[in-house]
Structure formats: C-alpha cells, structure tokens
Design a protein around this ligand. Sequence first.
Ligand code: GAL
Length: 436
Amino acid sequence: MFGRTRGSAAGRGRTTSFAAAALAAVLALAGCGGDGGSGDSSEVEVFSWWTGPGEAEGLTALQALFEKQNPGTKFVNAAIAGGSGTQAKAVLASRLKNRKPPDSFQGHAGAELLDYIKAGQIEPLNDFYDENGLRDVYPKQLIDQITYKGNIYSVPVNIHRSNVLWYNPGILEEAGVDEPPATIDAFIDALKAVDATGKVPLSLGAQWTADHLLENVLLGSLGTDGYNALWQPGANWGTPAVKAALDDFAEIMKYTTAEAASTDWQGAAKAVVDGRAAFNIMGDWAYGYFVNPAPNGLAKKLGTDFDYAPAPGTDGTYMWLSDSFTLPENAPHRGGALAWLKTVSSKEGQDAFNPKKGSIPARTDGDKSLYKDYLEYAITEWNKPDIKLAGSFWHGVTANNKWHTDIDTAVGLFLQHKDPAKLQEALVTAAQNSGQ
Ligand code: GAL
C-alpha cells in the first residue's frame, strides 16, 4: 500500500504543524505538491489502448494485482481501442489540453514522452524513484529515455521488440522456402515464392501496420547505424540509401493484403497462425496473442502453428520500445496514481504483466523462469553484451508526435500513389519539419 509518501501530512506524523499541514493541503489542491505529495486514493483512472486480445490480458493481470494490493482503490480502466494508440492518443491529447487528465496514462519512453514533458503535462517522479529504490533497477539507457533536465518522468513496465518476423512454417515449406529470410533480398524472393502458391505472402492490418513495416524495412535495408542516423537532428532523408530502402518497401508492399486495411494488427497476425498468410512483421505483442489461452488468446503452438525470426536484415539488433506510465499534472486521484505506479514499477507487477503481454520486464531483475520460448529468446537477446539497439519510431522512441503523424500521412498517401520517390520527398519534408 502506498500510504507513506514524502511531504504528506501522514508522512510527517505527529510532529506535523498545523501550518505545514495547511500548506500541504493547498499544494495538493493546486496539483503542485511534488511527486511525494499525497492525494485522493479512492480511485485510479488508467488510460491506455490495451483493449483487444493480446493487449488486454496483460493489463488485466496488472489490474488484479493492483486491486489485491489496494482494496480501497477503485480501478477504472479508461482504455480506448485501436492498436498502437491510433485512437487513444487523439483522445488523450484533447483530455490533456482541456485539463481533464486521467490519473495515469501509457506513454512510450523516448521522444513521445518528451512531448508531454515539454508541454508541462506530466510531473517528475524523482522522489517516487528514490522512495521505491528504483534508480538502479532499470537499465541506464532506459532511464536516459525517460529523463529530461535531470528529472525522471515515467515508470517503464516493459520492453517490446518491434523487429520480429512471424511466419507459418507449413506455408514456407509449401512454397519451397527452406528457412526464414535473413536479408531483405531473400525476403522479397520468399514473398514471390509464396505468391506463386496462391497464399497471402505478407499480411497487413490497419494503416499503422504499414508504418510498423516501414521501420522494419528501413532498419533491415539501412543497417542499424544508418537507421539510427535518420533520427538525429538535421538528418538527411534524401540519400540514395534511403531511396533504395524505400524501393524495397514499395516492392514488399506489392505482396501485402489490400483487403486487410480495415483490420487491426490482430487480424493480420491471426492470418499467419490460421494458415492464410506466410509472413507478418509485428511487435512481440503478437506473441502474447498467439499463445495466451482461449478465449482471448489463440492458444497456438510455437514451432508448428507459427514460428519467429528477426525481421529480415535485422539480426543482432533489438528494435525496442517501452510502455511506461506517467503521473499527469493535476491528476484527480493522485494517491491512486502513485499506488498504481508502485505496482507497475514492482518486480511482481512486471512479472504478472509481461508474460501475458508478450514483452519482457523493463526491470533487470525479472524472474527469468517465467519467460519461455520466444520470450526466453527476447530476454536473452536484450541482455547480450553485443546487442545493438535501435529505437522504434512508430512506437515513440525516436520520433516525437508531430513527426510520427507526418510520417503516417506520407505512408497513407503512398498507399494510394505507390511511388517510392514521392514517399521519399514527403519523408524529407517530415524530417525537416519535425522540430526535433
Ligand atoms: C504499441 C504498444 C504495445 C502494443 C502495440 C499494439 O504502441 O507499445 O504495448 O499495445 O502498440 O497496440
């Protein structure tokens, strides 16, 4: 129970003077009590986009643990449907603008979080980190991604991997593809081979899944250093190397399913395990969906129903993203929010959440025995001393919200005109206007 908070009247116990208690009350009301302040813990409204299968189960597990630990706090699930937060982020932006924040919301570590920080929409959590001994339980490079001007601003719950190629072994065999393609060229050959069988080569869902594919093709084609360089200030997107990567993207897109444009990522992922499509490139939340028990999960078997490999051309690199929870300025139930963040930050919380979510704990001390099969691979890769890191742009690490939206608009237009040269022009402009 998160009862003892620094700066709260309760924390100072009997020595609290009347004047200090009155000041604390005023500060709490003004919403500027610092992250150690107490506050209403009757409720916590938690905002995310984890509603669908493969998303909701992790949140449900975390909620159950939270409710057990905080029987007096009502958990209000304010999740808004739509993979990768496509709808949720718009709703969140308007709530924050209208000063009607939830008590805690999901924001990706990195550039996305920086937007909220710079807009003054979330509070620093330094005291929370100190009180809960959290400064050393996360990898340093992750803390760097949630720190601005010396202050830490969120509580990461996991690490997801973006660059995973999910495939149907039976369809590959039928198409005469002996092994999952390790390069972009081999991938294109494999897509052609599957096409000849009449099966769908590469499944795609809602438009954002094309953005997700784009980040994977950029990484696979440009290599890790080339990909990472794209997100540096003043980066040049007009190079022949980027053009070659976009040509690859255009070629790969020829083998995707147009009719799946209205389905979300679940529909596209399911096509692989159902034997309708050979490949899907998706983050490892798909793994939770594949293996979680029915009725929410698909209860499929790794090795027979589906298998995985690094996205083509990306072996040795972890394209990562991290879901993290925040304390908004003026959170109506600040005590509830801090209690929620405590559960999110705990080893127990992360080990309840991640095996269901298809991710690995952000903390370095998770119980490794809980992460089996694909997740064992993920945890091993993440911890390899020589693993290279690339930040997912679509899932908030390297691109701020404006850049993210501008790239999405460019990709949306590309889905109509299908011209990689025009796509490149739009991406050059998006980079120039990103303000990053
Ligand atoms: C990501 C998020 C993941 C997962 C995915 C699909 O942006 O970080 O946790 O929810 O979207 O919706």
